[in-house]
Write a protein that binds this ligand. Structure first.
Ligand SMILES: C[S@@+](CC[C@H](N)C(=O)[O-])C[C@H]1O[C@@H](n2cnc3c(N)ncnc32)[C@H](O)[C@@H]1O
Length: 296
Protein backbone atom coordinates (compact mmCIF):
# COMPACT_ATOMS: atom_id res chain seq x y z
CA UNK A 1 0.00 0.00 0.00
CA UNK A 2 1.28 3.47 -0.88
CA UNK A 3 -0.14 6.84 0.16
CA UNK A 4 0.50 10.07 -1.77
CA UNK A 5 -0.53 13.29 -0.04
CA UNK A 6 -0.62 17.01 -0.77
CA UNK A 7 -2.57 19.86 0.85
CA UNK A 8 -5.14 17.67 2.59
CA UNK A 9 -5.71 15.25 -0.31
CA UNK A 10 -4.60 11.61 -0.13
CA UNK A 11 -4.36 9.21 -3.05
CA UNK A 12 -4.08 5.66 -1.73
CA UNK A 13 -2.74 2.87 -3.95
CA UNK A 14 -3.94 -0.36 -2.39
CA UNK A 15 -6.81 -2.53 -1.26
CA UNK A 16 -9.70 -0.65 0.26
CA UNK A 17 -10.41 -3.13 3.07
CA UNK A 18 -6.78 -2.95 4.17
CA UNK A 19 -6.71 0.85 4.17
CA UNK A 20 -10.09 1.27 5.84
CA UNK A 21 -8.97 -1.03 8.68
CA UNK A 22 -5.93 1.21 9.24
CA UNK A 23 -7.98 4.42 9.55
CA UNK A 24 -9.19 5.87 12.87
CA UNK A 25 -12.92 5.44 13.55
CA UNK A 26 -15.44 8.29 13.15
CA UNK A 27 -13.12 10.66 11.27
CA UNK A 28 -14.91 11.12 7.91
CA UNK A 29 -17.76 13.55 7.14
CA UNK A 30 -18.90 12.15 3.81
CA UNK A 31 -18.35 8.83 2.00
CA UNK A 32 -19.22 8.13 -1.63
CA UNK A 33 -19.05 4.43 -2.58
CA UNK A 34 -19.09 3.33 -6.21
CA UNK A 35 -17.75 -0.25 -6.01
CA UNK A 36 -17.31 -2.80 -8.80
CA UNK A 37 -20.85 -4.02 -9.60
CA UNK A 38 -19.99 -7.72 -10.18
CA UNK A 39 -21.13 -7.51 -13.79
CA UNK A 40 -17.82 -8.43 -15.46
CA UNK A 41 -16.41 -4.94 -16.15
CA UNK A 42 -12.76 -4.81 -17.05
CA UNK A 43 -10.79 -2.39 -14.89
CA UNK A 44 -7.52 -2.04 -16.79
CA UNK A 45 -7.20 -5.82 -17.22
CA UNK A 46 -8.61 -6.74 -13.80
CA UNK A 47 -11.98 -8.37 -14.52
CA UNK A 48 -14.42 -7.88 -11.68
CA UNK A 49 -16.50 -11.04 -11.26
CA UNK A 50 -16.98 -12.91 -8.03
CA UNK A 51 -17.51 -16.72 -7.92
CA UNK A 52 -21.08 -16.24 -6.66
CA UNK A 53 -23.53 -13.49 -5.77
CA UNK A 54 -23.11 -14.50 -2.13
CA UNK A 55 -19.33 -14.04 -2.31
CA UNK A 56 -19.80 -10.61 -3.84
CA UNK A 57 -22.34 -9.52 -1.25
CA UNK A 58 -20.18 -10.82 1.64
CA UNK A 59 -17.33 -8.67 0.32
CA UNK A 60 -19.67 -5.64 0.03
CA UNK A 61 -20.91 -6.12 3.58
CA UNK A 62 -17.32 -6.01 4.87
CA UNK A 63 -16.43 -2.63 3.34
CA UNK A 64 -19.86 -1.17 4.10
CA UNK A 65 -19.46 -2.01 7.80
CA UNK A 66 -15.98 -0.50 7.81
CA UNK A 67 -17.16 2.67 6.04
CA UNK A 68 -19.91 3.16 8.58
CA UNK A 69 -17.35 2.77 11.40
CA UNK A 70 -15.15 5.46 9.85
CA UNK A 71 -18.06 7.90 9.45
CA UNK A 72 -18.52 10.64 12.06
CA UNK A 73 -21.77 10.46 14.09
CA UNK A 74 -23.02 13.39 11.96
CA UNK A 75 -21.75 11.86 8.72
CA UNK A 76 -23.39 10.92 5.43
CA UNK A 77 -22.78 7.95 3.15
CA UNK A 78 -23.91 7.55 -0.48
CA UNK A 79 -23.81 4.04 -1.95
CA UNK A 80 -24.11 2.93 -5.54
CA UNK A 81 -24.72 -0.64 -6.70
CA UNK A 82 -26.07 -2.55 -9.67
CA UNK A 83 -29.88 -2.48 -9.75
CA UNK A 84 -30.04 -6.24 -9.11
CA UNK A 85 -27.82 -6.01 -5.99
CA UNK A 86 -29.19 -2.85 -4.45
CA UNK A 87 -32.12 -4.54 -2.62
CA UNK A 88 -29.65 -6.69 -0.64
CA UNK A 89 -27.49 -3.69 0.25
CA UNK A 90 -30.56 -1.64 1.17
CA UNK A 91 -31.71 -4.32 3.61
CA UNK A 92 -28.21 -4.92 5.00
CA UNK A 93 -27.52 -1.26 5.77
CA UNK A 94 -30.81 -0.39 7.49
CA UNK A 95 -29.83 -1.38 11.06
CA UNK A 96 -26.76 0.91 10.89
CA UNK A 97 -28.01 4.09 9.20
CA UNK A 98 -31.15 5.95 8.18
CA UNK A 99 -31.85 5.89 4.46
CA UNK A 100 -33.04 9.41 3.60
CA UNK A 101 -33.42 8.97 -0.15
CA UNK A 102 -33.30 6.26 -2.76
CA UNK A 103 -31.94 8.23 -5.72
CA UNK A 104 -32.22 7.24 -9.35
CA UNK A 105 -29.41 8.54 -11.52
CA UNK A 106 -31.09 8.61 -14.92
CA UNK A 107 -29.24 9.09 -18.19
CA UNK A 108 -30.29 8.76 -21.76
CA UNK A 109 -28.09 6.62 -23.89
CA UNK A 110 -26.64 7.79 -27.14
CA UNK A 111 -25.44 4.25 -27.78
CA UNK A 112 -27.29 1.24 -29.17
CA UNK A 113 -30.10 0.15 -26.87
CA UNK A 114 -31.45 -3.34 -26.16
CA UNK A 115 -33.93 -4.54 -28.79
CA UNK A 116 -35.43 -7.55 -27.02
CA UNK A 117 -36.09 -6.04 -23.60
CA UNK A 118 -36.27 -2.59 -21.97
CA UNK A 119 -32.68 -1.39 -21.73
CA UNK A 120 -31.38 -0.03 -18.44
CA UNK A 121 -31.04 3.74 -18.29
CA UNK A 122 -30.48 4.31 -14.59
CA UNK A 123 -28.35 3.45 -11.58
CA UNK A 124 -29.59 3.53 -7.99
CA UNK A 125 -27.89 5.51 -5.23
CA UNK A 126 -28.70 5.28 -1.51
CA UNK A 127 -28.38 8.47 0.53
CA UNK A 128 -27.92 7.55 4.21
CA UNK A 129 -27.02 9.31 7.44
CA UNK A 130 -25.93 8.04 10.85
CA UNK A 131 -28.12 10.45 12.79
CA UNK A 132 -31.37 11.63 11.11
CA UNK A 133 -31.59 14.52 13.61
CA UNK A 134 -28.09 15.86 12.98
CA UNK A 135 -26.55 15.76 9.53
CA UNK A 136 -25.36 18.16 6.83
CA UNK A 137 -27.74 19.06 4.00
CA UNK A 138 -27.03 22.37 2.27
CA UNK A 139 -30.36 22.63 0.47
CA UNK A 140 -29.86 26.29 -0.52
CA UNK A 141 -26.63 25.47 -2.35
CA UNK A 142 -28.05 22.84 -4.71
CA UNK A 143 -31.26 24.49 -5.91
CA UNK A 144 -32.32 23.83 -9.49
CA UNK A 145 -34.86 25.49 -11.78
CA UNK A 146 -38.35 24.12 -11.15
CA UNK A 147 -40.10 23.65 -14.50
CA UNK A 148 -43.72 24.74 -13.98
CA UNK A 149 -44.85 24.28 -17.54
CA UNK A 150 -46.28 27.81 -17.45
CA UNK A 151 -45.12 30.43 -19.90
CA UNK A 152 -45.37 33.18 -17.27
CA UNK A 153 -44.24 33.15 -13.63
CA UNK A 154 -46.85 31.62 -11.30
CA UNK A 155 -48.28 33.99 -8.70
CA UNK A 156 -49.38 32.90 -5.25
CA UNK A 157 -52.64 34.81 -4.61
CA UNK A 158 -53.07 33.26 -1.14
CA UNK A 159 -50.49 35.70 0.25
CA UNK A 160 -51.63 39.08 1.64
CA UNK A 161 -49.61 40.67 -1.13
CA UNK A 162 -49.60 38.32 -4.16
CA UNK A 163 -46.03 37.16 -4.73
CA UNK A 164 -44.32 35.06 -7.34
CA UNK A 165 -43.79 31.39 -6.56
CA UNK A 166 -40.15 30.47 -6.15
CA UNK A 167 -38.81 29.23 -9.47
CA UNK A 168 -36.15 27.04 -7.86
CA UNK A 169 -36.37 23.87 -5.81
CA UNK A 170 -34.28 21.22 -4.10
CA UNK A 171 -33.79 18.38 -6.60
CA UNK A 172 -36.06 15.37 -6.16
CA UNK A 173 -34.74 11.82 -6.15
CA UNK A 174 -34.54 11.37 -9.93
CA UNK A 175 -31.39 13.01 -11.23
CA UNK A 176 -30.97 13.36 -14.95
CA UNK A 177 -27.26 13.85 -15.53
CA UNK A 178 -25.46 12.78 -18.73
CA UNK A 179 -22.86 10.03 -18.49
CA UNK A 180 -19.25 10.96 -19.21
CA UNK A 181 -18.56 10.71 -22.93
CA UNK A 182 -15.26 10.58 -24.80
CA UNK A 183 -15.63 14.10 -26.19
CA UNK A 184 -16.33 15.70 -22.81
CA UNK A 185 -13.32 17.61 -21.37
CA UNK A 186 -13.58 15.66 -18.09
CA UNK A 187 -13.29 12.24 -19.83
CA UNK A 188 -10.63 9.85 -18.50
CA UNK A 189 -9.78 6.35 -19.70
CA UNK A 190 -11.95 4.33 -17.28
CA UNK A 191 -15.03 2.20 -18.03
CA UNK A 192 -17.29 3.58 -15.29
CA UNK A 193 -16.23 7.19 -14.70
CA UNK A 194 -18.86 9.19 -12.82
CA UNK A 195 -19.70 12.75 -13.94
CA UNK A 196 -18.41 15.80 -12.09
CA UNK A 197 -21.98 17.14 -11.99
CA UNK A 198 -23.19 14.09 -10.01
CA UNK A 199 -20.40 14.34 -7.44
CA UNK A 200 -20.77 18.12 -7.20
CA UNK A 201 -24.38 17.81 -6.10
CA UNK A 202 -23.50 15.14 -3.53
CA UNK A 203 -20.47 16.92 -2.10
CA UNK A 204 -22.01 20.40 -1.96
CA UNK A 205 -25.22 19.06 -0.39
CA UNK A 206 -23.70 16.75 2.19
CA UNK A 207 -20.44 18.36 3.31
CA UNK A 208 -19.02 21.75 4.25
CA UNK A 209 -15.73 23.41 3.31
CA UNK A 210 -12.90 21.83 5.33
CA UNK A 211 -14.76 18.50 5.74
CA UNK A 212 -13.14 15.17 4.91
CA UNK A 213 -14.62 13.23 1.97
CA UNK A 214 -13.72 9.56 1.41
CA UNK A 215 -14.09 7.49 -1.76
CA UNK A 216 -13.07 3.83 -1.22
CA UNK A 217 -13.28 2.97 -4.96
CA UNK A 218 -11.95 6.08 -6.64
CA UNK A 219 -11.39 5.05 -10.26
CA UNK A 220 -10.73 8.38 -11.97
CA UNK A 221 -10.79 10.20 -8.62
CA UNK A 222 -13.77 12.36 -9.59
CA UNK A 223 -14.86 12.51 -5.94
CA UNK A 224 -11.46 13.76 -4.75
CA UNK A 225 -11.23 16.19 -7.68
CA UNK A 226 -14.64 17.73 -6.91
CA UNK A 227 -13.80 17.80 -3.19
CA UNK A 228 -10.61 19.71 -3.97
CA UNK A 229 -12.40 22.15 -6.29
CA UNK A 230 -14.86 22.91 -3.50
CA UNK A 231 -12.49 23.35 -0.56
CA UNK A 232 -13.00 19.95 1.08
CA UNK A 233 -10.27 17.46 2.05
CA UNK A 234 -10.23 14.02 0.49
CA UNK A 235 -9.06 10.42 0.68
CA UNK A 236 -9.36 8.35 -2.49
CA UNK A 237 -8.42 4.68 -2.75
CA UNK A 238 -7.91 2.45 -5.78
CA UNK A 239 -6.17 -0.85 -6.34
CA UNK A 240 -5.23 -0.22 -9.97
CA UNK A 241 -1.99 1.63 -10.71
CA UNK A 242 -3.24 3.25 -13.95
CA UNK A 243 -6.05 4.91 -12.01
CA UNK A 244 -3.67 6.07 -9.28
CA UNK A 245 -1.79 7.94 -11.99
CA UNK A 246 -5.06 9.62 -13.06
CA UNK A 247 -5.69 10.63 -9.44
CA UNK A 248 -2.20 12.03 -8.94
CA UNK A 249 -2.55 14.09 -12.11
CA UNK A 250 -6.12 15.30 -11.56
CA UNK A 251 -5.36 16.39 -8.01
CA UNK A 252 -2.00 17.83 -9.05
CA UNK A 253 -0.24 15.85 -6.32
CA UNK A 254 2.79 15.22 -8.50
CA UNK A 255 3.93 15.75 -12.07
CA UNK A 256 5.79 12.45 -12.36
CA UNK A 257 5.18 8.87 -11.28
CA UNK A 258 8.08 6.40 -11.32
CA UNK A 259 9.88 8.43 -13.96
CA UNK A 260 6.76 8.82 -16.14
CA UNK A 261 5.46 12.34 -16.79
CA UNK A 262 1.79 12.47 -15.84
CA UNK A 263 -0.13 13.99 -18.72
CA UNK A 264 -3.71 13.71 -19.89
CA UNK A 265 -3.55 11.44 -22.95
CA UNK A 266 -4.31 13.17 -26.23
CA UNK A 267 -7.73 12.30 -27.65
CA UNK A 268 -7.89 11.00 -31.22
CA UNK A 269 -9.55 14.21 -32.49
CA UNK A 270 -6.94 16.40 -30.78
CA UNK A 271 -4.05 15.10 -32.89
CA UNK A 272 -2.48 18.05 -34.68
CA UNK A 273 -3.74 18.17 -38.25
CA UNK A 274 -3.47 20.91 -40.81
CA UNK A 275 -6.76 22.81 -40.71
CA UNK A 276 -7.18 22.72 -44.44
CA UNK A 277 -5.12 21.91 -47.40
CA UNK A 278 -4.96 25.60 -48.39
CA UNK A 279 -3.01 26.37 -45.21
CA UNK A 280 -0.12 24.12 -46.16
CA UNK A 281 3.05 25.81 -47.41
CA UNK A 282 3.25 25.58 -51.15
CA UNK A 283 6.63 23.98 -51.21
CA UNK A 284 8.14 21.49 -48.76
CA UNK A 285 11.90 21.07 -49.20
CA UNK A 286 11.83 17.39 -48.14
CA UNK A 287 8.70 16.22 -49.88
CA UNK A 288 8.19 18.38 -52.92
CA UNK A 289 4.93 20.30 -53.24
CA UNK A 290 2.68 20.57 -50.22
CA UNK A 291 -0.06 18.49 -51.84
CA UNK A 292 2.43 15.77 -52.42
CA UNK A 293 3.69 16.00 -48.82
CA UNK A 294 0.20 16.00 -47.27
CA UNK A 295 -0.89 12.88 -49.08
CA UNK A 296 2.23 10.85 -48.49
C1 LIG B 1 -17.02 1.57 -10.40
S1 LIG B 1 -15.34 1.99 -10.38
C2 LIG B 1 -15.31 3.57 -9.62
C3 LIG B 1 -15.41 4.71 -10.62
C4 LIG B 1 -15.29 6.08 -9.97
N1 LIG B 1 -16.43 6.40 -9.16
C5 LIG B 1 -15.07 7.17 -11.01
O1 LIG B 1 -15.82 8.16 -11.02
O2 LIG B 1 -14.17 7.04 -11.82
C6 LIG B 1 -14.70 0.94 -9.15
C7 LIG B 1 -13.22 1.09 -8.90
O3 LIG B 1 -12.87 0.27 -7.77
C8 LIG B 1 -11.55 -0.19 -7.93
N2 LIG B 1 -11.39 -1.36 -7.04
C9 LIG B 1 -11.84 -2.62 -7.23
N3 LIG B 1 -11.55 -3.40 -6.18
C10 LIG B 1 -10.90 -2.61 -5.29
C11 LIG B 1 -10.33 -2.83 -4.00
N4 LIG B 1 -10.40 -4.03 -3.40
N5 LIG B 1 -9.73 -1.79 -3.38
C12 LIG B 1 -9.65 -0.57 -3.98
N6 LIG B 1 -10.19 -0.30 -5.20
C13 LIG B 1 -10.79 -1.29 -5.84
C14 LIG B 1 -11.44 -0.49 -9.42
O4 LIG B 1 -10.10 -0.46 -9.86
C15 LIG B 1 -12.31 0.63 -10.03
O5 LIG B 1 -11.52 1.71 -10.48
Amino acid sequence: MQVFEKNGHQVVYGDTLEYLRSMPDECVDLIFCDPPYNIGKNFNGRKEKWASDQDYLSWCYQWIELCIKKLKPTGTIYLMAATQNMPYIDIFIRPYVTILSRIIWYYDSSGVQARKYFGSLYEPILHCVKNPRKYTFNAESILIEAPTGATRKLIDYRKAVPTMYSSTKVPGNVWQIPRVRYRMPEYENHPTQKPIELLKRIIIASSNPGDLVLDPFSGTFTTSFVAQQNGRHSIGIDVEEEYIKIGLRRLDICKEYRGETLQRPCKSYEQQQPESIENLPLFNHDKGTSLHGYNS
